[in-house]
Structure formats: C-alpha cells, structure tokens
Design a protein around this ligand. Structure first.
Ligand code: IPM
Ligand code: MG
Length: 379
C-alpha cells in the first residue's frame, strides 16, 4: 500500500459547457485505473465557472484554486460559452484558463494528432490523406501575443479606436519549448518541424535562430526543418503524414491545432497535455484537457464525445503517473470500443447508432475490462 506522500494528486475540474459531462466519464476511467490497476492517484473534485461564480463571486473559488495549487495533475474539462456573458469581464479574467496556464507556467502544450482508421468514413478528409497520420503539435502556451504587453484598445484623437497587442518571445522561452520538441522527437520518428513567419516577423526571426542554435548545440541527431505557418496550414490538409513533432508559438499553435484536428478525423477525439518546468524534486505540474472546448450548442444534452477527455487521462498516465503500460492499455481500449462500433454523434457514420456521452464511457470501461483480462492471460 502506498502512503499518502507517494500518491499523485489529481484535481478534477469539469468547468463549463460540455466540460462536466465529458470529465465525468474520464473520471470514471481514472477511478477504474485506481481500483483495478493500483494506479496511485487521489482525486479531488472542484468547481469552475458560472455556478461557483453565482455562489462565491469567483469563477475560480478559493477551494478550486487550492485543489489546483496542490495538485500534480489537473484534469480540466472546458471553459467558455454563453455563461461568459453572465460574469463581468474582470471576474472572468481573474480565474481564466489563460491566467492558470501562466500561473503554473505550463509552457509546453502537447496536442497529439493520430488518425483513426475506424473513423475514416465519418472524417472530413479522404481516407488516403488520413492514412498513417501520427504527429504531435507542441504549442508554446505562456507567452507570445496572448500575453504580450502593451495591449489594449484606445481612442485616437480623430475619434477612431485602435486595438493593439504585442507578439514577443525571448531566448529562454523559445529554447525551453524547442527542447521539449527535440526530446519528444527522440522518442518518436526523430523529426522536428519548427513553424514560424520569419519572412515577416522579428519574433519569428529570433525563434528560428534560437531553434537552429539549440539544435546545433544539443540535438544535431534530430532532423530539423522550418516551414512558414501559412504553408503549414496547407500541408496539414494536403499531406499530414509528413509530420512527426511540430513546434510553434502560442497563436500559431492555437490556430493550427484546430486545423490539424481535421487530420485526425475528429476534434472530439483530441487530448492535450500542458506541462510546466521540472522542479528540483523532479515533479512537473501538468494540466490535461480535451482540445474541443465547451461546445455550448450541445452542452447539457449528454451527447458530447468524451474520448478527448478520456484520452487526456491516457496522457496523464504516461506523463505524470509514469505508467506507460496503463496508458497503452487505455488507448487500446478506446481503439477496441471504436472498432466494435461505439460512436457518439460527432463521429457516427450515416445510419450508425449514436451513443450518449455516458454510454461511450460504458463502452470504454467495458473494453478496458476485456483488454485488461487479455493482458493478464498473456502475462
Ligand atoms: C485552446 C483554446 C483556448 C486558447 C481558449 C479557450 C482561450 O482555444 O486551448 O486552444 O485560445 O488557447
Ligand atoms: Mg484553440
């Protein structure tokens, strides 16, 4: 039996929109790993968004902040949607996802894009384009134009208004995220594509120079290429299988990761991990969340796809809990549920039976029981 100091602390924060629905399913999956595989995690549920705002005046109440502060890993659902209008902008900003990424210095955002053959028929791109797609976008998450100062909206002497933001990167910010990309590439196909707009932007000129310098100093065994961001938008839908690890600044990663979602077949399937620096005890704060966001149009209907959140638990098993075999087990269970025809509305081919969010959770848990049983027989 592990004592409490060996236990990994997980804050479970469903948040807004479809966040609570999908997180309820990934929480069941996490519970399964604790109960059935002895994964040493303790979970603490906490609220975020409009509901706690109405009760406490804060979207991120103190209890939630405390749960997230003490956590090794945060399982995050979603934020945003019509609720945002019911909360004054200042109160919104105080506990925003952006401010949390900054607070915990979660600079490396990993968004794996893997095309699933079982979903080829419901995917927006042709099966031959999707065949063999398996890459990871690493998005710098705590700097760039989303955080740069000065920023604002001012009124000019002639009565016009001007909005402005600042794109900026410094050496260390570029190097640490590039390092994350090179290190990840070494565990995969050993290829990094760095994305920038160095034909126009000074920040991108610096970005490219620093990536090249770090590569030369420490990672010359990794194949490094550079592409302009506009070209990458095209390449991702033209021939996505050319990529292995891609690294880019905050805004480029935000835009291209939605684009890349289509190269996986479905936005509802995509997990993500946001990682902080490694501290002197070897610990690394991490936030795991599906890429899809709050999807207000379907919130509360129980039809959202929980697989993005469930696959985020697989990333947590691999990156925070250091349980690669359990991560594989979960990914195999998701494959097996899909292969046996489990579909939520967003990934259903015409005529297929559509499962609810909870039924998809059941399908994954059922597949886990089977896959784990087989793993034991072969042991
Ligand atoms: C994402 C989202 C967020 C972002 C929003 C919700 C602030 O689009 O994680 O990609 O822009 O980073
Ligand atoms: Mg986005």
């Amino acid at each position: 039996m592990s004592n409490s100091s060996n236990m990994v602390k997980v804050a479970v924060v469903g948040g807004e929109g479809i966040g609570p629905e999908v997180t309820a399913q990934s929480r069941r999956v996490l519970d399964w790993f604790v109960a059935r595989r002895g994964v040493p995690a303790v979970m603490r549920d906490a609220q975020y968004g409009l509901i706690p705002y109405l009760a406490t005046g804060k979207v991120l109440p103190d209890e939630t902040a405390e749960a997230m502060d003490e956590a090794d890993a945060i399982l995050w659902g979603a934020t945003g949607g019509p609720e945002t209008k019911e909360v004054p902008p200042a109160a919104r900003k105080a506990g925003s996802l952006l401010s949390l990424r900054r607070k915990y210095d979660l600079y490396a955002n990993l968004r794996p894009i893997v095309a699933n053959p079982a979903l080829a028929d419901s995917a927006p791109l042709k099966p031959e384009v999707l065949d063999g797609v398996d890459f990871v976008i690493i998005r710098e998450l705590t700097s760039g134009i989303y955080f740069g100062e000065p920023r604002g909206i001012v009124t000019l002497p002639d009565g016009q208004r001007r909005g402005f933001n600042t794109e900026q990167y410094n050496t260390n910010q570029i190097r640490r995220v590039a390092r994350a990309a090179f290190e990840l590439a070494r565990t995969r196909k050993n290829k990094v594509c760095s994305v920038d707009k160095a034909n126009v932007l000074e920040t991108s000129v610096l970005w490219r120079e620093e990536v090249i310098a770090l590569h030369k100093e420490e990672f010359s065994d990794v194949e490094l290429t550079h592409l302009y961001v506009d070209n990458v938008a095209m390449q991702i839908v033209r021939e996505p299988r050319q990529f292995d690890v891609m690294v880019m600044g905050n805004i480029f990663g935000d835009i291209l990761s939605d684009c890349a979602a289509m190269a996986s077949g479905s936005l509802g399937m995509l997990p993500s991990a946001s990682l902080g620096p490694i501290d002197r005890f070897g610990r690394r704060k991490a936030l795991y969340e599906p890429v899809h966001g709050s999807a207000p149009d379907i919130a509360g209907k129980g039809i959202a796809n929980p697989l993005g959140s469930i696959l985020s638990v697989a990333m947590m098993l691999r990156l925070t809990l250091n349980r690669p075999e359990d991560a594989d087990l979960l990914e195999r269970a998701v494959q097996s549920a899909l292969a046996s025809g489990a579909r939520t509305a967003d990934i259903a081919e015409p005529g297929a039976k559509k499962l609810s969010t909870a039924e998809m959770g059941d399908a994954v848990l059922g597949a886990l029981d089977k896959v784990a049983g087989r793993a034991r027989e072969h042991a």
